[in-house]
Design a protein around this ligand. Structure first.
Ligand code: DQA
Length: 148
């Protein structure tokens, strides 16, 4: 079982970026916890953050042939703008969960729409970094039979 965790733009600033909205955990801390959770379950986990739309598209495309079974993605601002990331996820046909630290529906109207949600297995928002953990838990519980 192999899970890919993708983080979009500005999430590299977690810990210091608007902590009242996004919490105080750094991205490195979140990724380390997720890696430990996956290891404990005997699964592999890779994390990738980029501030660039094309780099995220390239990483999603690479997932088609690198053994990725499930994607957990916080597309950050690209959630609300990126047809390219939506198309990449549709193109690789890998199940994914969309995660947002904040409750995007309690925020500005432009954050209420996601180009990804209708393709997602599920969407978690407003639970802070816990959202990533819950998404990973679900991914690990849906492991393909062939790769224990
Ligand atoms: C976010 C919400 C987005 O609207 C915002 O652009 C982000 C982070 C979240 O995790 O709450 O950068 O995806």
């Amino acid at each position: 079982m192999q899970v890919l965790v993708l983080h979009g733009p500005n999430l590299n600033l977690l810990g210091t970026r608007e902590p009242e909205v996004y919490g105080r955990q750094t991205l490195a801390q979140i990724d380390a916890e997720l890696a430990q959770m996956a290891a404990d379950a005997g699964a592999k986990l890779q994390s990738f953050q980029s501030n660039h739309e094309g780099a995220l598209v390239d990483r999603i495309q690479a997932a088609r042939t690198d053994g990725t079974d499930f994607i957990v993605i916080n597309p950050a601002a690209y959630t609300h703008t990126s047809v390219a990331i939506r198309d990449a996820l549709a193109g690789v046909s890998i199940p994914f969960i969309e995660v947002h630290l904040s409750n995007i529906h309690r925020r500005e109207a432009f954050r209420h729409h996601s180009y990804l949600s209708e393709l997602a297995v599920g969407v978690i928002c407003g639970l802070g970094a816990n959202g990533y953990r819950l998404a990973l838990q679900h991914a690990l519980s849906s492991r393909p039979a062939a790769s224990a």
